[in-house]
Write a protein that binds this ligand. Structure first.
Ligand code: GLU
Length: 513
């Protein structure tokens, strides 16, 4: 990589609401590329559209990145040499570039009122034009510094008439660039409109601010969603017109994140529809009261989240799909990012989380499970919780499952699955099971191997099959047939709790059938 060690990428969301996994995926691809090449990850807030600003959205996005392990090197909350990193705080520096463009003949003042713009659109539609635009043709009939005399323009500017500055898109020129994912992309300027660069409220539009900032912040690569591809020619035209073509960043447009069914872009409502969070963290919109739920609170692991997001559009070289953040950084490259949309698959997400849960130690899981246990009012020795997590981890999809599916480990008060008891318990064997309980009680070492041996010997002595004994033990120890291996479960519970459960269970089973 020719720029090795010097790459600077930015994630530049607009704080118009919380970002779902599609947005965080964009941040992640920027981050992985930066880490791979030893560069800098910049976070910039593109908040120029004051009408769409949602309080708290910026913090929400920063918190989401932080939770996911995507560290910001430079940006809001962190600082850096090219700040400020919030566009509203950079407001005053954009006008000069827009004015410069006008002076050099690449942009112009436009005085049209909203009513006049509407009238133009209506007129063009009625003439059969399906997508009316302010462009190299219509600009000739509108009120702007290209169609009006210089005197008239100056008079309007001096009188304080509202105006915008528009980019003068040339006629019939070929604009092309090499996208790092899509290869050569070609546009003809005649198909492009004269985008507003500077608004009447004194704020730049996204296009101007984005290009000016990427230039001033020395951004080397722009990695963003495919929805921005149509904006790329405007940006390229701006780089050219501002004389910055030599240092123009490379572009990479990521494939869209699609609904699981593949029909359209994943959208904020899909989380509810699927019963599976598509956001990182829980949040309540302070303006609308609307609530969204996060994968973090649901019990997703940050490293699984990163792994799963990386696979939304990127294909690792080999068969290995379950990867740690370090492995992702190591093997990431933009040329393994596909062009076609990436389907969001909740089942795959669950599977990946499960694999990462399995990779953790019992003690690590116990720490992650602490909030769940606290909420359930369960208190247990840390060593016990760790051992329980170790036993349960092969079955958990989300962290709280370690408790939800292993509740019976945390208290002797069990709920019995009576139907199964009726099927498995034979009254005539009651005496035999009592004998087994005594044998177990006499064990000096209540270890998994001793327990296993004792149960095995008992079965042999009494001529009983595993199918007649194990389910009954499970029912007495856990209330149902679920759970980890019986002897492991007994060793974890310890002699006293086991003996109580067996005693209580066998007595109860006699009354149930
Ligand atoms: N502010 C744009 C957004 O909300 C940034 C697009 C870009 O990366 O250029 O995603």
């Amino acid at each position: 990589m020719e720029n090795a060690g010097k790459v600077r990428l930015r994630y530049a969301p607009s704080p118009t609401g919380p970002q779902h996994i599609g947005g965080i995926r964009t941040a992640l691809f920027n981050y992985l590329f930066v880490k791979k090449h030893g560069g800098t990850f910049v976070f910039r807030s593109e908040d120029t559209d004051q009408t769409r600003f949602v309080p708290g959205a910026e913090e929400y996005i920063v918190d989401s990145l932080q939770w996911a392990g995507i560290t910001i090197d430079e940006g809001i909350h962190v600082g850096g040499p090219y700040g400020p990193y919030r566009q509203s705080e950079r407001k005053d520096m954009y006008r000069q570039y827009a004015e410069q463009l006008v002076k050099d003949g690449h942009a112009y003042y436009a005085f049209d009122t909203p009513a006049e713009l509407e009238e133009m659109r209506e007129r063009m539609s009625s003439q059969g034009n399906p997508s009316p635009a302010y462009d190299h043709i219509t600009r000739q009939y509108m009120k702007n510094s290209l169609s009006l005399s210089q005197d008239e323009t100056e008079k309007r500017l001096a009188s304080g008439d509202a105006y915008v500055i528009r980019l003068k898109m040339p006629r019939n020129e070929e604009l092309k660039f090499e996208d790092l994912i899509r290869g050569w992309v070609v546009f003809n300027t005649s198909q492009l409109d004269d985008k507003v660069l500077f608004k009447s409220d004194g704020m730049p539009t996204y296009h101007l601010a984005n290009v000016v900032d990427d230039h001033l912040m020395h951004i080397t690569h722009v990695v963003r969603g495919e929805e921005w591809l149509p904006s790329a020619p405007t940006h390229i035209m701006l780089y050219r017109s501002l004389g910055w073509e030599d240092t123009m960043p490379r572009f990479a447009h990521l494939p869209l994140v699609l609904k699981p069914e593949g029909n359209g872009k994943l959208s904020k409502r899909d989380g509810d529809r699927l019963g599976f969070p598509i956001y990182t963290l829980n949040w309540e919109n302070p303006l609308t009261g609307e609530k969204i739920s996060g994968l973090a609170e649901r019990g997703f692991l940050p490293e699984a989240y990163m792994n799963f997001l990386a696979l939304l559009g990127w294909h690792p070289g080999g068969d290995k799909e379950v990867m740690t953040p370090e492995e992702l950084v190591e093997s990431f490259s933009l040329d393994r990012v596909g062009k076609s949309g990436a389907r969001f698959d909740p089942e795959k997400a669950k599977w990946i989380n499960q694999q990462h849960i399995k990779m953790k130690t019992g003690a690590e899981l116990a720490e992650l499970l602490a909030p769940t246990l606290e909420a359930a009012g369960v208190s247990a020795e840390p060593a016990f919780v760790a051992a329980a997590c170790e036993l349960m981890k092969d079955r958990a999809v989300f962290i709280p499952d370690l408790y939800e599916q292993g509740k019976f480990l945390f208290g002797d008060d069990l709920e019995y699955d009576e139907k199964t008891v009726a099927k498995k318990w034979k009254k005539e064997n009651a005496g035999l099971f009592e004998n087994l309980r005594e044998r177990l009680f006499l064990l000096e070492q209540f270890s998994e191997s001793e327990l296993e041996r004792t149960v095995h010997d008992f079965m042999e002595d009494k001529g009983l099959k595993a199918g007649e004994v194990m389910p009954v033990l499970r029912l007495a120890l856990a209330g149902g047939l679920q759970g980890p291996p019986v002897s492991a479960m007994m060793a974890l519970l310890g002699k006293e709790s086991c003996d109580n459960r067996l005693k209580k269970g066998f007595q109860l089973f006699n009354t149930l059938i």
